[in-house]
Structures are given as C-alpha cells and as structure tokens.
Design a protein around this ligand. Structure first.
Ligand code: MD3
Ligand code: FE
Length: 217
C-alpha cells in the first residue's frame, strides 16, 4: 500500500471546526502559504510600519497596527473610521497583495461565503502581554460580507461573546496557520483577544500577527 496521507508537502492537513452559525475555524488553512504572507507583510511594513494607534479616550492600544487595501482602519482622538490614507505619512495605504486577496477569498468560500470581495486588510501585531478588549466590528459600511482572519506566529486565546457585551464568552485557541471566518448571524458578535502569553515561534519570534480582511466600503 502506498497512498499519500497528506494533501501537500507540508505534511499538515487542514480541517474545519464550526463555532456557530456563520463562524468557522479553518485549522492549518494558511500553513503552506506562510512564505507569501510574511513576504507581503514585510513589504507593507517597509513604508507603513506597525504603530500603536490612539483611542478616542486618549490611551494607546497595546496592539500595533498597519493596513493594506483601498482603505485602512484608523483610530485617533476623533474616533474610529476607514481611510484611504495612512495618517502617519499621508500616503495611500499600499495595495493588497494578490496572494492575500486570493487566499482570503478562498477561505471565505470554504466557510460558505462565496463572492467575498475584501477591500481592506488590517494587520495587527501582538507582543507578549498585548490584548484586545471585547468589541464589535461595526465601522464597515455594510454587514453582509464576512470578516476573514489569519493568525500567524505565537498563539492566542480568542474570546467570542454574544450580541451584548455582558453575554458569556467562549474561548478558542488560535495557532499559526489558523483562519477564522465570521459572517451572517456571527458578524456582530462581541469578541476580543486575551493577553498574549510568553512564547516563541520559529518564523515570527515572540509576536503574533493577525490579518483581518473586510469589505469596508
Ligand atoms: C468575530 N482582531 O481587528 S480577528 C479586529 O485576533 C479583531 O487580531 C482580532 O478583532 C485579532 O477587529 C480578532 C477575528 C475577528 C474579526 C472580526 C470579527 C473575529 C470577529 C467580527 C465579528 C465576530
Ligand atoms: Fe474585531
């Protein structure tokens, strides 16, 4: 007997975990595409480095961010919004690499959302201790499209709540290569990321990078 156990040379097989109606984790989905993702991130960072944005209440976020695509998510003393320009240098955000776009569209399709056309990708950098408190993503113009999220580097505990901040929270472990798709009835659920624990990843060191693809406009 000599059949292949695996889908590709990476020796890693992807599988899908359903969280709830509209939300699924595609485990290991991007593991064999990490070179293209890391190369794209490096290029974006060369002109638009990670920065800790200011929140409307005057604090700095513990998560550092940058963006690519037609518009990027920005936060300052005026509030949260999408902008075509990087406020740090006034330049347009860099184009979304084709490899990012096609992988995000493929993930959405795999999770039951065909025809996803993301125009924005937010790149979040978590150092050890960084966290993202419970929030809803509601700065996008329409909520019909899903959000597709790629996890790279050291792991995180993702917090998935309900439609109200006070609802109980479910915890999910997200590792390098995992992709999560959130749409339909899950699109406006409260969510966040618990403080990142000390760890090291062979490619990314002591950081977690998360890419979230959205149809923002
Ligand atoms: C669930 N980022 O950028 S991605 C964000 O890991 C954000 O960096 C987290 O929340 C991160 O806004 C989580 C997963 C995610 C994104 C959007 C969602 C989960 C979501 C929208 C609705 C429900
Ligand atoms: Fe969010």
């Amino acid at each position: 007997m000599n059949y292949s156990l695996f889908d590709d040379a990476s020796n890693i097989r992807p599988w899908t975990e359903t969280i709830c109606e509209g939300a699924a984790i595609l485990r290991h989905f991007s593991v064999n595409r990490e070179a293209a993702l890391l190369d794209g991130i490096k290029q974006i960072l060369s002109a638009h480095p990670f920065r800790q944005m200011r929140t409307p209440n005057g604090h700095h976020m513990s998560v550092a961010m940058t963006c690519c695509g037609e518009v990027g998510w920005v936060s300052d003393s005026d509030g949260y919004r999408y902008s075509a320009y990087d406020p740090e240098n006034g330049e347009p955000w860099p184009a979304m690499p084709d490899s990012f776009y096609s992988l995000a569209v493929q993930a959405a399709q795999e999770a039951g959302f065909p025809g996803f056309t993301p125009d924005s990708c937010l790149i979040n950098q978590y150092q050890v201790g960084s966290r993202l408190s419970l929030h809803q993503d509601k700065d996008e113009k329409k909520f019909g499209a899903p959000i597709v999220s790629f996890s790279l580097g050291i792991p995180a505990t993702f917090l998935f709540g309900g439609m109200q901040r006070s609802d109980t929270v479910q915890r999910y472990h997200l590792a390098h290569g995992d992709v999560v798709v959130w749409g339909g009835p899950a699109r406006l659920r409260y969510h966040g990321v618990a403080a990142i624990k000390e760890a090291a990843h062979p490619l990314l060191g002591t950081q977690r990078i998360n890419l979230t693809f959205r149809q923002a406009t």
